[in-house]
Design a protein around this ligand. Structure first.
Ligand SMILES: Cc1cc2nc3c(=O)[nH]c(=O)nc-3n(C[C@H](O)[C@H](O)[C@H](O)COP(=O)(O)OP(=O)(O)OC[C@H]3O[C@@H](n4cnc5c(N)ncnc54)[C@H](O)[C@@H]3O)c2cc1C
Length: 432
């Protein structure tokens, strides 16, 4: 029999794993007994989504997700596949936050070995996710290089960390870069490597497709619909009050990017985060020259979309001058004038054109200001909100790289209460 407070036979996949569960989303009383095989193994064998869970008619858990960026979208996709009832609340438009400003390079690069492996695991998950949801990932590889001794040391260190994994970087000289990517003029090269398995996506289009998948499978996507208040009863999440009314929920997920700290404050939890500014340009389409992503001296990154548009970002923010104070306060969402936007956009384009001459005559199409949701140690924050029953959170930089994996683990942890061991280093408690 299936129902609240009753023992339930939950079957993941065909016969991978059987659990006996007493689900009660209102008071968190779960007892889980794993009878066969490891869940993660089982989930990895499926086509990029969680296996369906049998919930009784009328007793599917209601999960609200705050934020329709790529992270909220991915969580929604895995949750609907597992059988949850999902509502996504977005205060603005889907993919209008950090996701819109992202270069959306899918890569394992970091000097932290554990985090490298998490990113690699997500890249594996991307393959399944892409196939299942019919997404368009360009798997063209990436080239990182530097003309600066200090930055070259960092690159060498990253290359070494990557070499100790399945990422298999190939060391590059200036001549190698030219041979691998004739459209580029790398100039003096003090260090460099090629990562063959890296990819990139159009972050906005991809997020919309993931949301469309979730909606086609029954999720509700509400926007503009800001979550203003979180209502709890005896410590347990009960509902949210939004611009479109109150919604009763069994579980709530915060996936609101740089608004995470403000959202947590609504339930009395104080966890600071940084919002690291970035600037992105798109040009009008130019002749196709490359499928790779380029990272020059950890200062500039660029790529070309399948429709020919060139895309570039500054890795760092603007100079810390008084005129940029609103940028560092995170309050500037777009340039105050079109002239200023064009000036900044042209300047970024000219810097990249030094290494990619085809960009010189390209026309600017858009200039976007965005903020990276950055936990204080730069690593993802994922898990139960400390002390708040029924509330889960995900806030991370590199959210495009990590979306499928964090989406999968979030859905798994929410619906089964089984904790993924690999996430132990990424719990929000580390900041309390
Ligand atoms: C310039 C730049 C370059 C980047 N490059 C890369 C890269 O190459 N590779 C990579 O992997 N990552 C990159 N990132 C990081 C990546 O884009 C982010 O980690 C990712 O987009 C975060 O997604 P998210 O869904 O968590 O947040 P967001 O996309 O910010 O989505 C959060 C959503 O929550 C909504 N929201 C907030 N508060 C509320 C509320 N009260 N009610 C309802 N909705 C609410 C917001 O409107 C927003 O739409 C980059 C980011 C930037 C800014």
């Amino acid at each position: 029999m299936i129902g609240r407070g009753c023992d339930v036979l939950v079957i993941y996949g065909i016969d991978y794993l059987i659990r006996v569960v007493s689900p009660d989303f209102s008071n968190n009383s779960y007892s889980i007994m794993i009878q066969r095989r490891n869940f993660l193994q089982a989930a990895a064998w499926t086509a990029g989504t969680l296996p369906a869970i049998s919930f009784a008619a009328g007793n599917r858990p209601k999960v609200g997700i705050i934020g329709a960026g790529i992270i909220g979208a991915a969580i929604a996709a895995y949750l609907v596949d597992a059988g949850a009832e999902v509502v996504i609340f977005e205060k603005d438009e889907p993919a209008s936050g950090a996701t819109r400003a992202s270069l959306a390079w899918i890569n394992p690069s970091t000097a932290n070995a554990h985090y490298r492996d998490l990113r690699l695991e997500s890249m594996g998950e991307w393959l399944r996710f892409e196939h299942k949801l019919k997404l368009d990932v360009v798997w063209g590889g990436s080239i990182s290089w530097s003309d600066n001794e200090e930055k070259a040391k960092n690159l060498d260190q990253r290359e070494e960390v990557l070499r100790a994994s399945s990422a298999a970087p190939r060391h590059l000289t200036q001549a190698d870069i030219k041979a691998l990517s004739p459209a580029m003029e790398p100039g003096d090269t003090k260090a460099g490597f090629f990562l063959p398995q890296d990819g990139h996506v159009d972050p906005v289009e991809t997020t919309r497709k993931i949301l469309a998948y979730a909606v086609a499978k029954g999720a509700r996507l509400l926007y503009p619909c800001a979550v203003d208040e979180i209502v709890r009863e005896q410590g347990q999440i009960k509902s949210v009050r939004t611009a479109q009314g109150e919604f009763a929920l069994d579980y709530l997920v915060s996936a609101c990017g740089t608004d995470t700290s403000a959202m947590l404050e609504k339930v009395g939890v104080k966890i600071g985060m940084n919002a690291v500014p970035g600037l992105k340009i798109h040009t009008q389409p130019i002749a196709a020259t490359t499928r790779m992503v380029y990272d020059f001296s950890s200062a500039l990154e660029w790529k070309q979309m399948p429709n020919g548009e060139a895309v570039a970002i500054y890795v760092g923010g603007p100079p810390k001058s008084p005129v940029h104070a609103p940028v560092f306060a995170g309050t500037l969402r777009s340039h105050p004038t079109q002239e200023l936007a064009a000036m900044h956009g042209e300047s970024l384009k000219a810097k990249v054109a030094k290494y990619w001459p085809a960009l010189q005559d390209a026309q600017l199409k858009s200039v976007v200001v965005g903020y990276r949701p950055m936990p204080l140690d730069g690593l993802p924050m994922i898990g139960q909100v400390p002390g708040v029953q029924g509330m889960y959170m995900v806030a991370t930089h590199s959210g495009v790289t990590l979306a499928p994996l964090l989406g999968k683990y979030a859905a798994q942890e929410i619906l089964t209460r089984e904790k993924a061991l690999v996430l132990a280093k990424y719990r929000p408690e580390r900041f309390l």
